[in-house]
Design a protein around this ligand. Structure first.
Ligand SMILES: CC(C)(COP(=O)(O)OP(=O)(O)OC[C@H]1O[C@@H](n2cnc3c(N)ncnc32)[C@H](O)[C@@H]1OP(=O)(O)O)[C@@H](O)C(=O)NCCC(=O)NCCSC(=O)C[C@H](O)C(=O)O
Ligand SMILES: [Mg+2]
Length: 277
């Protein structure tokens, strides 16, 4: 949410999002950057946002605001510093060094935005460059712009990049969030895109409007049918094991140990969401 928008910062205290990105980059006009920095850092260290992870998106490396943003964010100690247009391992190392020099607490991680062609081509190296880097975030608006691609239903022009980024995140054991959906008036199309992100393996989606939160939460949470199936899979496999078998079928489908691990993850996600509520 725009760091200069006091009303949005206030409203965020009631929004059922897992994490908040308080933005100093694109959503804040140049004249408003300094005031927004102060407001956002105060918000991030206020403790007023409950269980929500509060993060700060700084301006990009090489911009006139980046160093001051990073210093102020390091001192505020948010859950993460979200950095736009991270393009190389050297960028990650510079961020890491600046956060350490600024006295950032260990809990302040780096969320790196992948939003340029070079970042996609180097995604797995960027992702593995630092233990402080915990999350990748897709910047699909900038990426489409750089590719000269069009925003179309189904996102065919972006599929290679989306999939490459998920590969990189899984390679390095990091979380990955999909990019934003710009039409805040079309929740049906938003839900289709969120479902696509879930099917690709994304851990969540970044949002730009409170109206997108509920459909996003519903899409990414395991459904009652998925939970019931996961329980059935685990029970059937355990019964098979007791009979000395390593493979069984549930609803006609083969179940092996790896499917049990997937089922256990479904239950763990459902349990984690239940604990948040
Ligand atoms: C997109 C918006 C400009 C729409 O604003 P608006 O028309 O004012 O929305 P509503 O009137 O429907 O707002 C209803 C109430 O909700 C509050 N609100 C709106 N948006 C937010 C928000 N993001 N966070 C918290 N609260 C929000 C309004 O204040 C209203 O509250 P109330 O008056 O009490 O009823 C606007 O939604 C917006 O600015 N969104 C965020 C834009 C943004 O952050 N952009 C930067 C991130 S996206 C990005 O950078 C892309 C990436 O880098 C890439 O390359 O892809
Ligand atoms: Mg961007």
């Amino acid at each position: 949410m725009p760091g200069a928008n006091e009303r949005a910062l206030e409203k965020a205290k009631t929004i059922p999002a897992d994490a908040l990105i308080l933005d100093l980059e694109d959503a804040v006009a140049p004249d408003a950057k300094a005031a927004a920095r102060e407001r956002v850092c105060a918000a991030a260290s206020s403790g007023d946002y409950g269980r929500r992870e509060v993060t700060i998106r700084v301006n990009g490396i090489g911009t006139p605001w980046h160093d001051d943003d990073l210093r102020a964010a390091a001192a505020a100690g948010p859950a993460a510093v979200v950095v736009p247009k991270v393009n190389s391992v050297a960028d990650v190392h510079a961020l890491e060094a600046a956060l350490e020099a600024g006295g950032a607490p260990d809990h302040t991680t780096i969320w790196a935005m992948l939003e340029t062609p070079v970042a996609i081509l180097r995604a797995h190296e960027i992702c593995a460059a630092s233990q402080r880097l915990s999350v990748l975030v897709m910047g699909t608006n900038d990426l489409a712009k750089e590719l000269r691609a069009e925003h179309v239903p189904g996102r065919a022009p972006l599929l290679t990049a989306l999939s490459t980024a998920v590969l990189a995140a899984r390679y390095a054991g990091k979380e990955i969030l999909d990019g934003v959906f710009n039409d805040v008036s079309d929740l049906e199309a938003f839900t289709v895109e969120a479902q696509q992100a879930k099917e690709f393996g994304f851990d969540g989606k970044t949002l730009i409007h409170p109206g997108q939160v509920e459909p996003c939460n519903t899409t990414f949470a395991p459904t009652p049918d998925e939970i019931a199936l996961a329980q059935e899979v685990i029970a059937a496999f355990e019964a098979a094991q007791r009979e000395g078998r390593g493979v069984v079928t549930v609803n006609g489908r083969m179940i092996e140990n790896l499917h049990v691990e997937q089922a256990q993850r479904v239950l763990a996600v459902a349990e984690a969401i239940g604990a948040l509520r």
